[in-house]
Write a protein that binds this ligand. Sequence first.
Ligand code: SF4
Length: 429
Amino acid sequence: MSLDEQQLRIEGIYLQNDRGEYMQRVKLAGGVLSLAQARVLAELSGRFGSGTLHLSTRGSVEFHNLPAADLPEVFNGLAAVGLFSRGACGGAVRGIYCSSSFGPGFSRTQVMLRHFLHHFSGNPHFEGLPKKFKIAFEAGYERSRHLIQDLALVLVEEDGENSRYDVWTAGGLGREPQAGFLYASRVPEADLLPLAESIVDVYRAWGEKGRRLKHLLNAVGEDELRSRIEERRKNKQPVRFSDAFSKALLPDGRHQRLRVNIFAGELPTQKLGELVELGSQHGCHWLLVTPDQNIELLVAGLGDVLEQALSCAGFDVEGSENGALRVCPGRSECRMGLCATRDLGQRIINEFGQQAAVRSLAISGCRNSCAQPQLAEFGILASKLKRDDNRRFPLFDLYRREGDGLGQRFATELTEDELFEKLGAFLQE
Ligand code: SF4
């Protein structure tokens, strides 16, 4: 089958390895899946690909190792339950996510997020961008993920359609991490879409091919960027999303959240199938892929019973509540990867046990920073391959985050043993 790689990218699909296998990324609205959608994901994953779904740090789901011949069937299977991947890769508005999980404020941000996702996805006005454009709605500042978006909308006052948001822009990680800046405070909800469109318009008009919005900011300066955005914005009218009834996923607050820890975001098909079956037996209607690559279940009523059933089935339920280990696919599934990230994560857990499990750690297999190491307490990034006589091995940069901004590079080009020595010293502090 002859496939156009650029066209596939905009459909959320890219070539994964030299064997001609593909990755397909599925956009989820803020990481949320209905139980029916999760069931279909499990069925498709059982028939196609590696038999494991990867949970991304942006609340998306990825199929790996798909032969070209299987792509249409996976695509159609997803569409049958309203799942899509248009714009999940390439120069487009990517999946819109929310790191606030099923917590306070999440319902309002979810409603807005779904409106935005439908507006920007598959819309030719917002495709063909110089590079990816990442949007996030956040229910607060707790996780600091507003810093790493092209556009972040942070709920600061919740009052239905009259809610207000702080708007941040021009942040991003990748090879040149840069925190976004506060563009405007307490923006009324009706002004969000015109402002978002204006920022995307400016990026499309003046962004350099292959470079994120932050590079345009660096090239023209904040004043000029603002002036171009406001020029576009002045002709746009406010947009109110008037809904006939509440579309919030948490309408009455009587739901319980259960977090199931998934090591490195690698969810075997069989385990997803078990999660779906147990959830359906115990009043769970929604699942959520968290930005820490775990699964949360939203349960009406029988949460304690479900928690027990999940534990009996071998799931790690709320096992390390305060910690998080984010791991990108790394060398085993990404052509850019310089190290086996999951093996490294497993070695950290094996060597440091609970000391590591309660901390926030992130491991990226290359400088692209997909695991967001600059937002973890300790971030590890494979920065280069070193050769000696007989072998090649990765060297690592170590980041440490102590304040409100991005983590800073603390040590560079460490061998794996040097990395463990430094990490061990930090974890004992
Ligand atoms: S950080 Fe690098 S190795 Fe990891 S998924 Fe991203 S591009 Fe691949």
